[in-house]
Write a protein that binds this ligand. Sequence first.
Ligand SMILES: Cc1cc2nc3c(=O)[nH]c(=O)nc-3n(C[C@H](O)[C@H](O)[C@H](O)COP(=O)(O)OP(=O)(O)OC[C@H]3O[C@@H](n4cnc5c(N)ncnc54)[C@H](O)[C@@H]3O)c2cc1C
Length: 560
Amino acid sequence: MTLPYVAPVDDVALALDVVGAPDVPTLTELLHEFGRFCAEVLAPLNQPGDAAGVGFDPATGAVTTAPGWREAYRKMVDAGWMGVSAPAEFGGGGQPAVLHVAMHEMLNAANMPFALGPMLTQGAVHMLVRHGSPEQQARYVPRLVTGEWAGTMNLTEPGAGSDVGALVTRAVPAGDGTWRISGQKIFITYGEHDLTDEIVHIVLARTPGAPPGTRGISCFIVPKRLVAPDGSLGERNRVRCIGVEHKMGIHASPTCTLEYDGAFAELIGDEHAGMHYMFTMMNNARLAVGAEGLGIATRAYQAAVAFARERVQGRVVGDEPGTPVIGHPDVRRMLLHMRSHVDAMRLLAFTNARAIDDGDDGLADLLTPVTKAWCTDVGAEVARLATQVHGGMGYIRETGVEQLERDVRITSIYEGTNGIQAIDLVTRKLAALDGEPVARVLGLVDATVDLLDGELASLREPLHAGAVALREATAFLAGVPAARARDALAGATPYLRLFGTVAGGWLLARQALAARARTGAGDARATVTARYFLGQVVPAAVGLLPAIRAGAADLDASEF
Ligand SMILES: Cc1cc2nc3c(=O)[nH]c(=O)nc-3n(C[C@H](O)[C@H](O)[C@H](O)COP(=O)(O)OP(=O)(O)OC[C@H]3O[C@@H](n4cnc5c(N)ncnc54)[C@H](O)[C@@H]3O)c2cc1C
């Protein structure tokens, strides 16, 4: 049994329209083609990859990807899909971030463990384009853009996870302008593999005499093979994979422990500025992880609908005997819950990408933790519902939905846990630019309320109530004095949930308005989706207000 996947290009095109993406017809055409590639080439490898996992040879440190992976990767590179949104001056297609996110939705829906490789390579491109020297850019970027070479991100160490500032990997000058790195990095996604001859590791390390914490971190390029001046690949560098993790999900994505033993390294930019460089990449990387939650959710939704249309069980009240379970109100409730959240996630991620494309840093900075955490938490909930719709078969390997539930779970944890995202939102992003971005979002929600009339009039009251609650919660958190900082931290996660849900409701209302404008009449799908979400999901999120205001007293009084 293979899990179905058809790229939902019409839905994606409507969402692009709603967020005002440029030249939607051209983007849609590209997505049609890319969606077909994902469905035909990558989706069929997802379940076999989960079963096969990756191979590791302790004697050589070599990692082999699952059967079919290398051929699929080659096809992706040959078709030119890797560099679509990379800058044109480095051989990329120069397409906007919003297309990048739309492509990531499809890539992750088809095969998330595969998608992680290109995602990290694109992260390395981003880092080098923004902060590398012209020589480094010439040496590495064009071949990363095409996908001929792959990239990685090396932050985590045994004693440094959420607290990156605790890292102890050392870099010492070699005397010729280059550096030598020693230390151990853990959990490095695609840290070693057989898809490319070269892997360009972006590594955070500490130089001699560096100040403690994040202020003393520098950022380096460490190639797996040394690159000769003519661009050819030379001897192996002194970096080696010493183990791969056995994980709950994403079995086909190698998660590596890398040992650096005096490895050749090039400093990126200035010494001690490594954390600053990482921060400039974070919006893109976190948005890409949000797109992982979205992608898995779209696949899970499609699988649930396909199964519910076929499976016959129980008399559907009000219908003939022998009709499938999709007729049961409780099954329909799950499907509409899934679909409305998929649409809301997509609209939020695209809005975030549009802010990046517009150079609207204030809005992009505000939305990024929300997109990352809300889309991944909700993505996991949607995957869980897909298993539920399948009944007992959902728990059985061959249907493929339990894999989605396992695979999506990591997205709430890596690239900054969702707890850390909520804290970032509450302690940094709300106060940024004197609160202008969050006030602007609330103003946009109010403006949408005013536009809802006719068959959309019933959306007014719940959207207004959501905006009132979000405004109240925001004012409350802004008013918590520094001496009671633990109270704000205690409310951070429910606040992010409220923010994401109200933003989702706002964007679904806009989608219903856009669909109406397109057809000139009410659009049943968009209207019903918005009505469900605003009528049933937003009120539950408004109910989080007491949790946001509760403070840390009971948490601190608890014995664990
Ligand atoms: C499959 C996989 C792939 C990965 N890929 C990469 C990669 O490619 N490159 C890379 O560098 N890393 C990677 N990571 C590492 C990942 O980013 C970290 O695991 C993650 O950042 C969490 O760090 P940690 O595991 O040390 O958890 P911890 O930091 O120990 O967190 C434990 C708990 O404490 C909470 N917590 C910690 N600090 C705070 C705080 N200040 N306030 C409130 N709560 C807090 C966390 O939210 C969490 O609930 C990967 C991990 C996995 C499992």
